[in-house]
Design a protein around this ligand. Structure first.
Ligand code: EPZ
Length: 431
């Protein structure tokens, strides 16, 4: 398995291109199941999760092709892909494929809406909590589906098609909102989602569905109205920039000091996280080409955060912010309210010399003046990258094991950081 070697202590200077958002790309790809026409997605990131989803969609009958490189494109330029589900040949998403990635469970919505049936293995994914699917199934039931659990599979049936309904989510769920949006687009009649997720990735999916002919009002707010249509058509859509990748590199710069332009990034997608970074003493500015982050000397100030659904501080940046706070000049409190077990990075950060104590859903981080490099290992993708952030500021060498977690969500991480003066390399391990 590959590892990443980092020698800390260098300031980051230069430009980092921000890729298309993984968490928008996945539902957008899944939306291709809703139509027999071609869906073209631009700015798709090159990630292990995208490749895995391609395999899953291929199993249902989706043809997939990637455009070759165009003049002026570099290796970090997003790819343009075409997805075409002329005929759905299989409505089962098997355990071997779904267990590797939770988002693949969302195929249930479009398969059910288009084919009247779907059989999808209960999901796997990052080890960050129990992550039930009760709300996703509740939404499908509200739309008229009959749901049974058989041998680890969710079997959903709606032989006469789905029908519009009022769906009230008791908790904000991104996946539940994605799945309900897709399914309701092809239901008979009008659906209203209450307490819908407001994440930018939901809005991106709604924009794409609208281009495909769906009738959606209110995406980006907590009430979304969808008027079902009989058929959806093809469309072309560019994936929005990755706000989590943006925030991750912004925190890396705040950690090491330096000056980096995050090319193509949009500050409005992560204002709460950027506000917290400014409180730590970093300078953040929106510029024509993206978002510029700087920190020149001075202490990293301790800042308390609480993770919340959008527009609050995102749970997907909690680990990275904790990485930054390990070197703050004082004590910070980081409260995780979305997932109950998303502190797996704490014990690994401790290997680098961090002082962190857990108290229920809150991590109390006592900043230290010096971190020291060490071998570390991570259990999920955002946890892994928090170790990279800490390692960039640690004295000496850190080896990050289990790099496949990083490859799931960060495109060309070592090249992007290496291009900004970091001492970082991938060590390939045969076998
Ligand atoms: C999405 O996961 C993201 N994944 C996650 O990013 C992200 O952390 C999460 O949203 C929250 O922002 C993708 O977009 C692919 P949820 P999702 O349903 O949709 C509970 C990453 O690192 N819940 O919004 O699976 C759930 O347990 C990943 O890129 C139920 O109780 O998350 C959690 O506590 C990790 N019942 C909360 O809701 C349900 O049926 C929010 O989960 C569904 C969810």
């Amino acid at each position: 398995m590959d590892r990443i070697r980092i020698v800390g202590g260098r300031r980051l200077e230069g430009r980092i291109p921000i890729s298309g958002a993984k968490n928008a790309a996945l539902p957008l790809m899944i939306a291709s199941l809703l139509t027999d026409r071609k869906l073209t997605l631009e700015n798709l990131p090159r990630l292990a999760d995208v490749n895995q989803l391609t395999r899953i969609l291929g199993n249902h009958g989706v043809d997939y092709s990637i455009d070759g490189k165009r003049k002026g494109e570099g290796e970090t330029s997003g790819q343009t892909v075409h997805l075409e589900a002329r005929v759905i040949v299989d409505t089962t998403a098997p355990y071997e494929l779904v267990s590797k990635m939770r988002a693949s469970f969302w195929v249930l919505g479009p398969l059910l809406a288009r084919m009247g049936e779907a059989r999808v293995s209960l999901p796997g994914g990052c080890a960050i909590g129990t992550r039930p699917v009760d709300l996703l199934l509740m939404a499908m039931e509200r739309l008229g589906a009959q749901i049974d659990i058989e041998a680890g599979y969710v079997v959903a049936r709606a032989p006469k098609g789905l029908r519009g309904a009022e769906i009230d989510f008791s908790k904000v769920t991104v996946g539940g909102t994605h799945m309900a949006l897709m399914a309701a687009s092809l239901a008979h009649g009008t659906t209203v989602l209450h307490n819908a997720a407001r994440e930018p990735e939901v809005t991106d999916l709604a924009d794409c569905l609208t281009k495909m002919g769906a009738r959606i009002k209110g995406a980006g707010s907590s009430t979304i109205e969808i008027e079902g249509v009989a058929r959806l058509g093809g469309a072309s859509h560019a994936v929005l920039p990755d706000r989590i990748e943006t925030g991750t590199y912004a925190m890396a710069v705040a950690m090491t000091g330096g000056d980096v332009l995050l090319e193509g990034a949009r500050a409005d997608l992560l204002q709460a996280a950027l506000d917290a970074l400014v409180e730590t003493g970093a300078e953040v500015a929106s510029e024509k080409g993206g978002v510029r982050v700087r920190r020149n000397g001075g202490d990293i100030r301790p800042v308390d955060i609480v993770t919340e659904p959008f527009p609050g501080f995102p749970t997907d940046l909690q680990a990275q912010f904790m990485g930054l706070m390990t070197r703050a000049a004082g004590v910070s409190r980081i409260r995780e309210t979305i997932f109950e077990n998303r502190f797996m990075h704490v014990q690994e950060l401790a290997r680098l010399g961090a002082h962190i104590r857990l108290d229920g859903d809150t991590a109390i981080v006592e900043g230290v003046p010096v971190l020291k490099g060490a071998p570390v290992m991570a259990t999920d993708l955002r946890a892994s990258v928090s170790l990279v952030i800490a390692a960039l500021a640690a004295e000496g060498e850190t080896i990050v094991n289990r790099v496949y977690h990083l490859d799931r969500g960060f495109e060309h991480l070592e090249k992007k950081l290496g291009g900004c003066n970091a001492e970082i390399e991938r060590l390939s391990n045969p076998g």
